[in-house]
Design a protein around this ligand. Sequence first.
Ligand code: OGA
Ligand code: NI
Length: 351
Amino acid sequence: MAATNSKLLLADIASGIKNVPSNYVRPISDRPNLSAVNSSDVPIPLIDLQGLHGPDHSLIIQQIGQACQFDGFFQVKNHGIAESTINNMLRIAGEFFRLPEEERLKKYSDDPSKTTRLSTSFNVKREKVSNWRDFLRLYCYPVEEYAKEWPENPPCFREVVSEYCSSVRELVLRLLEAISESLGLKQHTIIADSLGRHGQHMALNYYPPCPQPELTYGLPGHTDPNLITILLQDDVPGLQVLRHGKWLPVNPIPNTFIVNIGDQMQVLSNDRYKSVLHRAVVNSDRARISIPTFYCPSQEAVIGPAQDLIDPDHPPVYRSFTYAEYYHKFWDRGLATECCLDMFKTASSSS
Ligand code: OGA
Ligand code: NI
């Protein structure tokens, strides 16, 4: 069976140890420096979507535009996703990671092209230092196509996750319209229309408690390669976002989602909106679960700066490319801090 020659899952080695195994220890120059975290700065914007289709419409569009431009991150409340859908999703993720090892390992694979897989760290085939994370990665759009590959345990996994994915997709489509409008694009479906058949993936991230959190990362600093990410986190802090060269924590607020701009949105917006570095740190007390939904173009979709945003004062910053080309470069490189976007700049903007 594939599982027998695979890496051990972190969750199964982390419990009861006093020291982080050496393959998780970062060089001194590349540690989280947790005491330097910028906890007193203003948090990322929290946007109330309640009035998006009412009298406050233009105010909310403006808030979204500002957040995309200056923070690359914002949180949303009154987003239309039922509290029960959120709680069921978090609960089922916790139950999955508490299943016996042998049950979880049924989905183990090191191959990033697999559409359903459990793995550990980031890309075990490429990286020198491991990350303090296990994850279950699921393709989830169209949901009928992929749900049959998902775990059968816990028993209601497929039902709960299907409902969650469909609700998140609706939220994404609303946000894409709002973001198109905030960019001044005349046609508000233009971003959604440029994504081909659309892709939606999610990760169930599990960060076990770590005996020496100052030596390692859950995930080191990276930008997301996709279009837009909608992250659900449990009540344990760990996400940090880079602002003015300092790491800012994004502390959990119940029933809110964290939205961030990915590399493809930076390209489509011709650099108006920023795909910002973020990371996940771990702690010694409690396991943490986070559930990002990565919304993306389909592989054959051709991505480039939106025509409406190009004029003599704003020449295209990026060349056009297929999402497949971008995605392969991203997984190949491992999680390098330098954003993959630089490899796609036009000759005139890369000097
Ligand atoms: C990711 C990510 C952050 C978190 O999976 O891309 O940034 O808080 N996760 O787990
Ligand atoms: Ni990320």
